[in-house]
Design a binder for this molecule. Structure first.
Ligand SMILES: Nc1ncnc2c1ncn2[C@@H]1O[C@H](COP(=O)(O)OP(=O)(O)O)[C@@H](O)[C@H]1O
Ligand SMILES: [Mg+2]
Length: 306
């Protein structure tokens, strides 16, 4: 066969194949771009995970010094109370010093150090400091609860309200300018779970809820309850809602409607995986313009694999 001479029919077939190849090539290119995009995002989530670990480590280290600062502070407050009492007694004794040069010196010193002001200001300073230390202690405790460095990856019985609350404290910054949080907690038993992983689910749902609110301010409502040996948690927002055509895709990895930098599209797919691991279920109802409600249902008892 002479390769240089082709029938018009063969020519067409060749063209078709070339077009087919070009199309396949184009598809491959797109796939490649998506893959490298996916890799970027994975690296970012890896980075987030290691930042989380770092934070947990720092929290662990801060916990101890904060503990003794807090305890010393309480003692210091008691000592100061005693000193003030002593001072009061000395002041009363001044009457007996009338006319003596010692009294003049005492009075000069009192003016110089502004004793009256000190007596007022010291308790205020102490209160503010106590408040500050308590807050640091809370943050550290929340970080520890959130990451559960001490009980990594063990199934334990845990109070989900505690998990939700410590998660709320962690993501408070993302939420507080966006929404008011209403908690309607039911009477639920502790559940056998991986608490730090469930906290990630709560975090994703809460942050998504906050992101969905585009108006001035919205409300995020958290409800919990029980049904047939299961515990359910609902996180509802009155934000923009999810378009019908997106509803089936929101759990897909990398599906996001958010601008680059704000969304990775991983939150819900990770959450889905975590809930599945717990043999639970995650459902969503949403209406554009009205809001969205996610419902996580979890068994009270852990079901062993296989
Ligand atoms: N509460 C919600 N309200 C409106 N849209 C939501 C809500 N939760 C999730 N979504 C939609 O699902 C998408 C995927 O969410 P997610 O997996 O957490 O990724 P990301 O938040 O990084 O975009 C979001 O981009 C958004 O379009
Ligand atoms: Mg998200």
């Amino acid at each position: 066969m002479d390769f240089n001479v082709q029938s018009p029919h063969e020519d067409d077939a060749m063209d078709d194949r070339v077009r087919e190849l070009l199309r396949a090539n184009e598809e491959l290119k797109q796939l490649n771009a998506r893959l490298s995009d996916a890799q970027d995002k994975l690296m970012q989530s890896e980075k987030l995970a290691s930042i989380g670990q770092l934070a947990a480590g720092v929290a662990h280290e801060i916990n101890n010094p904060i503990g003794f600062i807090f305890s010393n502070f309480t003692t210091l407050e008691r000592y100061l109370g005693d000193l003030f009492q002593m001072l009061q007694a000395y002041e009363e004794a001044e009457a007996a010093l009338a006319g003596s040069p010692i009294l003049a010196r005492l009075q000069m010193l009192r003016v110089k150090i502004e004793l009256d002001f000190l007596k007022e200001d010291i308790p205020t300073l102490m209160n503010e400091s106590r408040d500050g230390i308590s807050r640091v202690r809370n943050i550290v405790q929340n970080l520890k609860d959130f990451s559960r460095v001490d009980t990594s990856q063990k199934w334990v019985r845990a109070d989900i309200h505690h998990g939700i609350d410590s998660t709320l404290n962690i993501v408070n910054n993302e939420i507080k300018y966006q929404a008011d949080v209403v908690k309607l907690y039911g009477d639920v038993p502790d559940i056998e779970c991986l608490p730090s992983e469930l906290n990630q689910v709560f975090m994703n749902l809460l942050v998504n809820a906050a992101h969905s609110i585009q108006r001035e301010r919205g409300t995020i409502t958290i409800r919990t309850g029980t049904q047939d040996e299961q515990v359910w948690i609902e996180i509802q927002d009155d934000g923009g809602g999810i378009a019908q055509e997106n509803l089936s895709r929101i759990f897909d990895p990398f599906f996001t409607t958010k601008p680059v930098g704000k969304g990775t599209g991983l939150g819900l797919s990770l959450s889905y995986g975590i809930v599945k691991k717990h043999h639970g279920q995650i459902d969503v109802t949403s209406e554009v313009g009205t809001g969205t409600r996610f419902r996580v249902t979890l068994p009270v008892h852990h079901i062993e694999e296989g």
